[in-house]
Design a binder for this molecule. Structure first.
Ligand code: NAP
Ligand code: SF4
Length: 677
């Protein structure tokens, strides 16, 4: 098995020349904001974070974005690299990464009109829809000074010990704002023709190369698909790529979609490898290495893109949060042990957007490397874990890894618990990877599995520690008619135990209500095929069209099934969804004609449907199916029985607290509990 795996990833593991460097394999850890620099002891935390990923054999690591000057700061506290003395503080991080054999590049990112600061600048004074600040139009002198700032920033990075820089030319930041008419309406030498719009990035690359010499790695991240109206067509992108190559870049990384784009680009509804054609278009234009990025999360997908010649290298960012040892595991023939990024964004982007340091739902150690221990216990304990959902699996796998003797009881004949329901929502079958990973870890570390066995009091004697991870059951509201045949729980619908009719009311507009509504109005095929995804979101699969768009991303896509989603709160339905994914879900439901209503009072259910009061007036919503997505109750019967017998137990996950239980909290609690045993 090991050898076969190694051979089948021959492209991924092969070295490649970039500029004057021989790069050890084809995998780049892409740039991510970590916010670790804002933490107490931030340098030590960054050393631990990056060195761990270098030990995991990513060939090149790219930092989060550093602004080359004050105007380019993403927010007032954002990282910058315009002061040579400050930059020298980064030297220990560079040394730690290089000691592990990886190349380390600083990303230079000028936020342009996305900068959340007074006095932000842009090629033209056009406000970004995602920023309240109106940018000041840059003068010719501003532009020339900014080019020099990029060169100085690169020099600072070089002096601090970085092997190179990545110049951020995508995602709608300043450089990208110059390259397209969407944001560049200038009539001077920096606007108008493509030649003029491309001048700014070309001059930056040239200035950085001149400043730093031939051995300094220069990566340019080109926008391979802007996904905004007035974005660049493929032929203009190819022309820019050729100019960037001629100006002295060693590698062309690709970026997909502006932050204001209304097309999802990296979250779970995007099929794996959806953007490979955009990278292939760039590769066809140049002879320097081209990097494919976005929604590539498995070695198999990476290898396929490399083998097909669509790109020379692969950039992965979030997959290195999920598993810092991604490449090492591939090289050692252990690809099946990779903890796969499921593209949920819950603990990476959503944490960053709420000013928290980055972490990862499937790997709570990410970003907190200094808080967790790896050394095996010197006092192994006999541990029983009851419940094989996310919390139970995470506890069992981590406890066994640390040397405890673990038995896991699961009443059903398969592991997964709520993950088996969550996976039914479109795109969320990525949870299968989490199930694979934790099952594999439990097997590897010798957890005894008792599947199909509902643990009773007698089964739990003789253990030093009993962990109750029995999870949740769907909440059944106290409502007349709730036992009507038309009523089903979300669990019955998502598991396929019950089929829904054509007129559905979803009671509850939380995370599960939204997932169920989407499940009901879309076929899962819609998110699994790139063509269907492109068709749904108005993307031109060839990327030849302006911005890579073939239509309006928000154009209606009616479903044959009518779905109405209700909540009692008067707040906007879906307000509590994840920052970086909620908008996708809300737009998807809107496109498919789902009606969402708040401020509803439930009255009763009968043959006519669901009776409600809306603004104090009675109303009946006819429905052949009413799905309860009304939260959960903790499943604590066993815990209470054990307590009655005087057995000490620890409850985690939904059993401990059902409200707002999700896989993020479940896995985090499980791993931390095991660490503390
Ligand atoms: P939730 O987000 O808390 O939503 C529960 C819903 O049930 C609310 O809409 C609530 O709204 C309603 N409700 C609660 N008690 C009720 C009652 N007695 N009668 C009628 N309605 C009642 O919980 P969830 O949807 O069950 O999801 C569980 C967890 O998983 C949450 O933390 C959620 O964020 C997470 N999750 C997130 C996603 C996602 O982001 N896509 C997907 C799945 C799950 P009213 O009280 O206003 O009626
Ligand atoms: Fe991937 Fe989710 Fe982890 Fe982010 S939190 S790295 S999206 S698995």
């Amino acid at each position: 098995m090991g050898n076969t795996q190694r051979e089948s990833f021959g492209n991924l593991l092969s070295p490649i020349r970039a500029g004057t460097h021989m790069v050890r394999n084809r995998i780049i850890m892409g740039s991510m904001h970590t916010r670790l620099e804002t933490e107490p002891d931030g340098i030590s935390k960054q050393i631990a974070f990056y060195a761990e990923r270098a030990r995991g054999e990513a060939a090149i690591l790219v930092t989060g974005g550093f602004s080359p000057n004050a105007e380019g700061l993403f927010d007032p506290e954002g990282p910058r690299i315009d002061d040579p003395d400050e930059a020298m503080h980064l030297r220990p991080i560079c040394e730690a990464v290089q000691a592990e054999g990886s190349l380390f590049c600083a990303q230079l990112l000028h936020a342009g009109r996305y900068a959340k600061i007074e006095g932000c600048v842009a090629p033209s004074p056009i406000r970004a829809p995602i920023n309240r600040f109106i940018p000041r139009e840059m003068t010719d002198a501003d532009i020339r000074r900014t080019i020099a700032d990029f060169a100085k920033a690169a020099a600072n990075a070089q002096a601090a010990g970085f092997d190179g820089v990545e110049i951020m030319g995508s995602e709608g930041y300043l450089i990208n704002e110059f390259t397209v008419t969407h944001t560049n309406t200038r009539e001077d030498d920096w606007g108008g023709s493509a030649e003029n719009r491309h001048r700014f990035p070309v001059e930056i690359v040239r200035a950085v190369r001149d400043q730093c010499g031939p051995d300094f790695l220069v990566i340019y991240r080109i926008s391979a698909a802007d996904l905004v109206e007035g974005g660049a067509p493929a032929d203009e992108i190819a022309a820019l790529a050729r100019k960037i190559e001629a100006a002295g870049a060693d590698i062309l990384n690709t970026g997909i979609g502006w932050h204001e784009a209304r097309v999802p680009t990296i979250a779970y509804p995007v099929p794996r490898g959806a953007w490979r054609q955009a990278a292939a278009n760039v590769k066809a234009a140049v002879s320097i290495p081209v990097v494919a990025s976005n929604r590539i999360n498995t070695p198999a997908m990476a290898e396929d893109i490399l083998a097909s010649g669509e790109a020379d290298m692969i950039s992965m960012a979030r997959p290195f949060l999920a598993d810092p040892h991604f490449v090492k595991k591939v090289r050692e023939g252990r690809a099946d042990e990779i903890n796969t990024c499921i593209a949920c964004n819950q603990a990476c982007l959503d944490f960053i957007f709420s000013d928290r340091p980055v972490s990862c739902l499937v790997n709570p150690r990410a970003g907190r490397e200094t808080e967790f221990r790896d050394t095996p216990t010197d006092s192994p304990r006999k541990v029983a874990v009851v419940g094989g959902g996310a919390a139970g699996m995470a506890t069992a796998a981590e406890a066994a890894r640390l040397g405890h003797v673990v038995t896991l009881f699961e009443a059903h004949d398969r592991l997964g618990g709520q993950l088996n329901l969550a996976r039914a929502a479109p795109g969320k079958d990525e949870f299968d990877e989490t199930l694979r990973y934790y099952s594999g870890q439990m097997h590897k570390h010798g957890v005894t599995l008792r599947l199909g066995q509902r643990a009773g009091l007698d089964d739990l004697t003789g253990f030093d520690h009993v962990v109750i991870a029995t999870g949740v059951t769907p909440r059944i509201p106290d409502l007349p008619g709730v036992d009507h045949p038309s009523v089903a729980t979300y669990a019955e619908i998502l598991s396929g135990e019950r089929a829904a009719g054509d007129n559905v009311v979803v009671m509850g507009a939380g995370g599960i209500g939204h997932d169920v509504a989407e499940f009901l109005v879309t076929g899962s095929a819609e998110v699994h095929s790139t063509n269907a995804f492109c068709e749904t979101w108005g993307v031109d699969p060839t990327f030849a069209a302006s911005g890579g768009l073939a239509g309006d991303p928000l154009a209606p896509k009616p479903s044959r099934r009518k779905v109405v989603m209700l909540q009692r709160k008067t707040s906007k339905p879906g307000a509590g969804l994840g920052v970086s994914t909620g908008w996708i879900l809300r737009n998807a439901l809107r496109k498919h004609g789902v009606e969402a209503m708040g401020g509803v009072v439930y009255d009763r259910i009968d043959d006519a449907g669901l009776h409600i009061l809306m603004d104090g007036k009675p109303k009946v919503i006819a429905a052949d199916t009413i799905v309860l997505c009304t939260g959960q109750e903790p499943e604590r019967a066993l815990a209470e029985a054990l307590a009655g017998r005087g057995v000490t137990v620890t409850m985690i996950g939904g059993a401990k607290e059902a409200a707002e239980l999700d896989a993020l909290r479940a896995i985090d609690e499980g791993v931390r509990l095991a660490q503390g045993l």
